[in-house]
Design a protein around this ligand. Sequence first.
Ligand code: OOG
Ligand code: MG
Length: 258
Amino acid sequence: MTTTPRVDHALVDRLDDAVTGVHDVVNAEATDVDAAYAVQEALVARRLDRGARQVGWKLGFTSLAKMAQMGVSDVIVGRLTSDMHVPDGGAVHLPRLIHPRVEPEVAYRLARDVSPDDDLLAAVDAVAPALEIIDSRYRDFCFTLADVVADNTSAAGFAIGPWTALRDAGELGGLPVALSVDGEVAETGTTDAILGHPLEALPALAGMARRRGFRLRAGQVILAGAATAAVPLTAGTSVVGRVDGLGSVRIEVSGEAR
Ligand code: OOG
Ligand code: MG
């Protein structure tokens, strides 16, 4: 576990104001990833102070498509909170977001608390198709690795499709993934885009959790990282993420863009 660096409270304030005031900020060009995780924790604590609960974790940059799109190449972890959850088929209200994008993901569910030495895979009981809404608080989605970690890895929303028990799910590798907007396919990939096999997200998260002292809890959701590049959310559209063999999940984009 790393020692806790001093928290850059000015950056926490700037990022939290960007979320609540729905405006972007110029990136910090930060380089200290440990300090950035401390900012992330303090930033998410603001959401918890406002009544949200932490409901999961998300991995970022687990696919080449995302690394290439964002120019960043290290796996990162962010926190999912209850105020980010969108029910399957539910609405995402554009005026609450800065410049949101959506990406198709695979989600896992934890059946029990995980201690640092536990096998994370053994604690997962179900898998589902998911959509993640990312909304970098930085202007033009321009950031360093430490910047995006501080900004809770751009996390802004997520929707989860039907859960399948892991024991009934069959092979999770090589499943075709598609992101469609109003019935038109916008992006395609396969689950192997995620670290070569989507289950590889679990040891990747377990390693980071061990190093950084994250506590993984029963009932929490894990987003394994996008299998394709992200696409902008457009007012009035219906977005579907599909993972062959696992089914699909949908969001409706409501309101006008700002
Ligand atoms: C950072 C979040 C990356 C993923 O699935 O790779 C991510 C971003 O692209 O703004 O969520
Ligand atoms: Mg993602």
